[in-house]
Write a protein that binds this ligand. Structure first.
Ligand code: BTN
Length: 251
């Protein structure tokens, strides 16, 4: 039996499931509390972006975790969530995905899921809220992202079974969270993440952070999940923030 007991509250509409879980965590909610909403009116993404969350178009889910692991391994919580979401999409929808650093899930090179992990102070100490947004239909993402984003329905040709996807996600999070807490958990998560990411090694990418960017070839990840990128001058730069964009060769 997994040690994490996930208890899920369901809301029709919320500003953001992450914000609500963080609020309840500050008030002393227990690890495993999770919230799913049919719509978010102020859904949030990485790097202060908004996360489009129309009614019924996506799965908007957040869970509270209080992992007893060294602080430097906390970025791996997001890696763990990406592995769990990949498992859930495969088992519930038969949909294989791959992971793009740091925490996007892609289907056929298009983004189908984003993950936002945020730390929160609770009466028991520091905890993390992991928020997962999965596009279920094409209405989930803005038309401007057509070609860059996709949804479960577009990929499998039938509507997603939202309930099955949610229960599969809960099961997979409980499984991978147990793995993370094991003595060799960090290595295992990293290995599994690298196996599922064509971005981890040998990929020509632009790394973009605000108005700064540079080009290089990915050379694996650091033990804390930071991306190693080799630049033209054979220097390895370690990337902890920003976006990675695949560069296609001209021919
Ligand atoms: C990203 O790719 O930028 C991360 C997107 C994370 C979206 C999810 S939806 C559920 C949870 N609530 C939020 O406000 N954000 C996350």
């Amino acid at each position: 039996m997994p040690s994490l007991k996930i208890k899920t509250l369901h809301y029709e509409s919320l500003p953001s499931t992450n914000t609500e879980v963080a609020r309840l965590a500050s008030d002393g909610a227990s690890e495993g509390l999770s919230i799913v909403a049919d719509e978010q009116t102020a859904g949030r993404g990485r790097l202060q972006r908004m996360w489009s969350s129309p009614m019924g178009a996506g799965l908007y889910f957040s869970v509270l975790l209080c992992p007893k692991i060294p602080l430097h391994s906390w970025p791996l919580i997001t890696f763990m969530a990406a592995l769990a979401t990949g498992d859930a999409l495969l088992s519930a929808a038969g949909l294989p995905t791959e992971i793009k650093w740091p925490n996007d899930l892609l289907a056929g090179e298009r983004k189908i899921c984003g993950i936002l992990s945020e730390t929160v102070d609770t009466p028991e100490g520091r905890a993390v809220v992991v928020g997962i947004g999965i596009n279920l239909t094409a209405q989930a993402y803005p038309p401007a992202l057509h070609g860059l984003a996709t949804s479960v329905e577009e990929e499998i040709g039938t509507p997603a079974d939202r309930h099955l996807l949610l229960t599969s996600l809960q099961t997979a999070i409980a499984h991978w969270y147990d793995e993370l807490l094991n003595l060799d958990g960090a290595e295992k998560i990293l290995r599994a993440w690298i196996d599922r990411s064509s971005y981890a090694e040998g990929r020509l990418v632009d790394v973009v952070n605000g108005d700064q960017s540079f080009r290089g070839i990915t050379r694996g990840v650091e033990p804390d999940g930071a991306l190693r990128v080799e630049t033209g001058s054979n220097e390895i730069r370690v990337v902890r923030a920003g976006d990675v964009v695949s560069v296609r060769s001209a021919n």
